[in-house]
Design a protein around this ligand. Structure first.
Ligand code: 13P
Length: 260
């Protein structure tokens, strides 16, 4: 982390739990956060769409912000079953994840669609968390940096600024596997992503936050979050336990390097 870029710790709850589970998880997290005043990180949870209203209500009066996991690229229309960015804004969301590798793989979402979704999120006054990351085959072929660069070029819309965009680097092979890149590999990828953002959008884009995601846990969060170009985390499995997610939030603070 660098001065000027506020760490962001986001939990992606994926398709888990029911309303009561999610509300209870937020209340537990809020209790833990109350005992840790002064944590620098911005804290976001992204519940399933059907649970957003309950989670927003449970998070009221706490520092916890709420995000969506996906949205449509159009603000409205004949799109049965879809949820638009203005609908997420209407519920009280502040962020929306777009381009997660599970959507890219399971729903055939390509870079152009991801860019359209990110633009729709911005147009609704929310901030997209745009996910990129290489597969195992691409990494083994020495293509990880090139793939991330191509995804930055094609998935991130014009007009990107630190205020309107967050990037999440999530190597596909690290998601839900318990495997993570080495600290050196993470540092290399994040530096390359930041350089690409600056190359495309100019010097101010150095302030865009770039999160790491993929098997981040309390046990490995400290060293990952200390990497200079890592500005936070996008956490799946470990975000389903309030205590684990809270431990990762704490690892983003300055006191974490003192022995956590
Ligand atoms: P895990 O933390 O479960 O590996 O998931 C990461 C992820 O996909 C977050 O979006």
């Amino acid at each position: 982390m660098q001065p000027g870029r506020r760490p962001l710790i986001a939990g992606n709850w994926k398709m888990n739990g029911l309303k009561a589970d999610s509300s209870a998880r937020v209340r537990n997290l809020a209790t833990l956060l109350r005992g840790a005043a002064g944590l620098p990180a911005e804290i976001v949870v992204c519940p399933p769409a059907t649970q957003i209203a309950a989670v927003v209500e449970a998070a009221a009066g706490t520092p916890i912000l709420v995000g969506g996991q996906d949205c449509h690229g159009q603000p409205k229309g004949a799109h049965t079953g879809d949820v638009s960015a203005p609908m997420l804004a209407d519920l009280g969301c502040r962020y929306v994840i777009v381009g997660h590798s599970e959507r890219r793989a399971n729903h055939g979402e390509g870079d152009a669609l991801v860019a359209a979704k990110a633009a729709a999120v911005r147009a609704a006054g929310l901030v997209p968390i745009i996910c990129i990351g290489e597969t195992a085959a691409e990494r083994n072929a020495g293509q990880a940096v090139a793939v991330a660069g191509r995804q930055i070029d094609a998935s991130v819309p014009a007009g990107t600024t630190p205020a309107n965009t967050v990037i999440a680097y999530e190597p596909v092979w690290a998601i839900g596997t318990g495997r993570t890149p080495t600290i050196e590999e993470i540092a290399e990828m994040h530096a390359a992503i930041r350089a690409r953002l600056v190359g495309r959008f100019g010097a101010p884009a150095a302030g865009v936050r770039v999160l790491y995601g993929g098997s981040m846990k309390p046990e490995n969060a400290g060293p990952i979050l200390q990497v200079a170009d890592v500005d936070g985390g996008l956490i799946g499995g470990a975000s389903l336990e309030a205590a684990d997610f809270f431990a990762i939030c704490r690892a983003s603070g300055p006191e974490a390097s003192a022995g956590d």
